[in-house]
Write a protein that binds this ligand. Structure first.
Ligand SMILES: [Zn+2]
Length: 405
């Protein structure tokens, strides 16, 4: 009997000799994914304003689908008839689905958590529903994503006291229920989530327990929820020290450019965030120096592309002036800016991978931060986080600002 190839394999291709960054290759049933990777979020089986073909043109290798939204609409039955989300949305590459729990707790004010699962009131007919670990896995098995997330007990990052510990232990118990309910282990990989808020001891207990289970990758959850940046990077640093090196590590809900660079240095391989497509809706384009608000009148007669180094179809065809002109026409503008913003994120990840492979990642970090914070001081948390992985940024070049002042 031949042994079947597992639905996810991960290989470290290059390691930075200074930081904890690594470049890797993750092979899924739906193609290869080069890590570190950014996964755009397609809430309802579509990225707002982007078609699958456009994502393929941008060389997007994996995207994220929201189980809560997909489970509500189109619903399990339709997805089952369609043969899963890949076929339904005509997307041949990788998909990761979340568990639905976080969306519920954050979207539905009435959601309540007990040992059984997350209780909520259906926003459609007000009936009482419950998302259990088993139910979440059943929906995710139907969606058929390459990577599925366990249902976890999410508390606000800033929560303190016994509730944090309770949620961490419950997350481990729910993981075992998810593993037992998982009916398609030969096609889909289930990732557990390290919880424990900002307490390094709790994070350690949680990570140790997860490592004992047979899984193919790990997620770090419960961050990017109102904690200070100082607490944020320390917790990421603690978690990447605890997790095994031979499996991918996914940091949930993080996507600002500077955060991505810091967290790759801390050893994270996968990211997702709604930010690039959300900010596009407000007329904002991502650039190396931060964000460009194209609604601003100063772009009225600016005939340059958003970024002349960007190879996306928006930058090769349209000027800032045109994008300013259509900024009020939300659908078109959102689509053109989403293309650029996703291209920006993917290009940033690609540059990091290449720098890691050349073993020049520390230099990449210094160049990136100099450009990103041009004329203003680099935030202290970034300096400290990078020092923790042996990168000393040069002193701030604040001459520009002083000269203006
Ligand atoms: Zn562009």
């Amino acid at each position: 009997m031949t042994t079947k190839v597992p639905p996810l394999t991960y290989k470290v291709i290059a390691e930075c000799s200074v930081t904890k960054a690594r470049a890797g290759l993750m092979t899924l049933r739906h193609g290869e994914v080069n890590t570190p990777v950014f996964m755009p979020v397609g809430t309802q089986g579509t990225l707002k304003g982007l078609l699958p073909d456009q994502l393929i043109e941008l060389n997007c290798q994996i995207l994220l689908g929201n189980t809560y939204h997909l489970g509500m609409r189109p619903g399990i039955e339709t997805l089952q008839k369609a043969g899963g989300l890949h076929k339904f949305m005509s997307w041949p590459r990788g998909i990761l689905t979340d568990s639905g729990g976080f969306q519920m707790v954050s979207l539905l004010k009435l959601a309540q958590i007990d040992e059984n699962g997350v209780n909520f009131c259906s926003p459609f007919d007000n009936s009482e529903c419950m998302l259990t670990p088993e139910h979440s896995i059943q929906i995710q098995n139907t969606i058929g994503a390459d990577i599925m997330m366990q249902l976890d007990d999410v508390v606000k990052t800033t929560t303190v006291g016994p509730r944090v510990e309770e949620a961490m232990h419950r997350t481990i118990r729910w993981l075992d229920r998810c593993i037992n309910a998982h009916a398609r282990d030969e096609d889909q990989s289930l990732f557990p989530i390290v919880q424990g808020a900002l307490d390094p001891e709790l994070r350690k207990i949680c990570a140790d327990a997860l490592i004992q289970r047979k899984v193919r990758g790990y997620a770090v959850g419960g961050l990017s929820g109102g904690e200070s940046k100082h607490e944020f990077w320390r917790t990421v640093h603690v978690c990447t020290d605890l997790l095994p090196k031979d499996k991918p590590r996914y940091l949930m809900g993080v996507g600002f450019a500077a955060d991505l660079v810091v967290c790759v240095a801390l050893g994270i391989d996968m990211f997702d965030c709604v930010f690039p497509t959300r900010t596009a809706r407000f007329g904002c384009a991502l650039v190396n120096t931060g964000q460009m608000n194209l609604k601003n009148k100063k772009y009225e007669n600016d005939m340059r592309p958003i970024d002349d180094e960007c190879e996306c179809s928006t930058c090769s065809r349209y000027t800032r002036s045109y994008l300013h002109h259509i900024a009020a026409m939300e659908a078109v503008s959102c689509s053109l800016l989403s293309i650029h913003n996703v291209a920006y994120q993917l290009r940033l990840m690609r540059s990091m991978r290449e720098a890691i492979q050349r073993d020049q990642f520390p230099q990449f970090i210094c160049d990136f931060m100099a450009k990103h914070f041009e004329g203003e001081p680099v935030p202290l948390w970034i300096r400290e986080a990078l020092q923790a992985v042996n990168v000393d940024l040069p002193p701030d070049d604040v001459k520009v600002k002083e000269a203006v002042a």
